[in-house]
Design a binder for this molecule. Structure first.
Ligand code: GDP
Ligand code: MG
Ligand code: ZN
Length: 351
């Protein structure tokens, strides 16, 4: 028996369940996502589930369940089940799906906090932090920046300088696996019942941190196996674990390029801390691109705003706009195609 409260089940979710036509089925949370199979944790234990045809074909791939989602399912065989419905999704971390077509790919849902993990060696990159923050702000997920491997040599002054526009708004924590106080400080940022997703490149120490927080090895880390002396561990994939004392931790595989899909101007301005220029540009609706009397551009020219921040503003804005327009374009073309099929059918039925 699992008490799903520990996994984040709330009265609000119960209400959502009661509104579903599948309310008489079991509910559970997806703890691991495989290609077409989902591990679901429920009051009756773990089930390995698949989607019903309706769930599979009735929706866009961005609307398929992902880790962290709450689903209603029907147990079929021993330990197996069929997912009948997905409760309305909230607080989701999306990324741009790699490939030619613009598509959002959900990575984790019902996320309260996201730890943006970077290691203080050569992985530290402010531009990538801004990118993550833009995605999170759009979904109202609270970001925190976790800088790992602080036991290694790094230029603290340079790091702090790079974070001036960020540090005031999000918690910044330095951790080292060799400093247990730093792990305790991190733990203090996770409340009971809260879902925390760990994001960042492979090798930055996400799994190591989760293991340290859990006080045991729940995830394999990238160490050389001492028994065989070769290769990396491979293990059955786990993604979600409960931290003792509360908190649901979700590990993500390293994501190299985190393409943005959030083109909300307010989010971007917030991440870049441009609100301090509000009302200072000549035009009220200034986009800070090339307008005359733009306070942001002036600040860059006067050295008051880091050029790197501004250039990333332009880049992220362009990327997100591109995503939105290509999704729009895809839908429009989809509609045109559907219309054409309809017309062809109509014509051929005449004969
Ligand atoms: N020096 C140092 N190494 C660390 C620290 N945390 C993790 N590592 C090492 O970094 C490597 C990658 O860690 P891992 O947790 O597998 O990274 P992940 O890919 O982000 O899950 C491993 O060899 C860890 O031992 C740390 O705080 N200090
Ligand atoms: Mg890992
Ligand atoms: Zn402006």
């Amino acid at each position: 028996m699992n008490n799903l409260q520990y996994y984040g089940w709330t009265p609000a979710l119960q209400e959502q369940k009661e509104a579903s036509e599948f309310k008489n089925f079991l509910h559970g949370r997806i703890s691991v996502t495989h290609k077409t199979r989902y591990e679901v944790v429920s009051e009756r234990g773990f089930f390995s589930c698949e989607l019903t045809g309706n769930m599979l074909f009735g929706r866009d791939s961005s609307e398929y369940p992902c880790t962290g989602d709450w689903v209603l399912f029907q147990p079929v065989d021993e330990g197996k089940g069929l997912i009948m419905d997905l409760l309305p999704r909230a607080k989701t971390l999306f990324r741009l799906k790699s490939g030619a077509v613009s598509e959002k790919q959900p990575i984790a849902a019902y996320v309260d906090k996201a730890f943006i993990v970077q290691s203080l060696d050569d992985n530290f990159n402010v531009r990538r932090i801004e990118r993550f923050m833009l995605q999170l702000t759009g979904e109202k997920v609270q970001p925190a920046l976790i800088l790992t491997k602080s036991d290694l040599a790094f230029d603290k002054e340079k790091v702090e300088k790079g974070l001036t526009h960020i540090a005031g708004k999000v918690p910044v924590l330095y951790t080292s696996i060799h400093d247990s106080d730093s792990i305790e400080a991190l733990r203090a940022n996770i409340q009971s019942g809260e879902t925390v997703v760990f994001t960042g490149s492979s090798g930055v120490g996400k799994s190591t941190l989760i293991n340290a927080l859990c006080g045991k090895e729940v995830f394999k880390t990238a160490t050389i196996s001492s028994s065989t002396g070769k290769g990396r561990h491979t293990s059955t994939r786990r993604e979600m674990v409960l931290m003792e004392g509360g908190g649901i931790l979700i590990d993500t595989p390293g994501i190299k390029v985190f393409g943005v899909t959030n083109d909300d101007t307010a989010s971007l301005n917030e991440v870049m801390d441009f609100s301090r220029f509000e009302g200072k540009c000549r035009f009220k609706d200034c986009q800070h691109l090339y307008e005359e009397g733009c306070a942001v551009i002036e600040a860059v020219e006067q050295g008051l705003l880091d050029r790197g921040v501004y250039e990333n503003y332009l880049k992220l804005r362009k990327e997100a706009r591109h995503f939105t327009t290509s999704v729009y374009e895809k839908r429009r073309q989809g509609k045109t195609f559907a219309k054409m099929v309809k017309e062809v059918k109509k014509k051929s039925s005449k004969y």
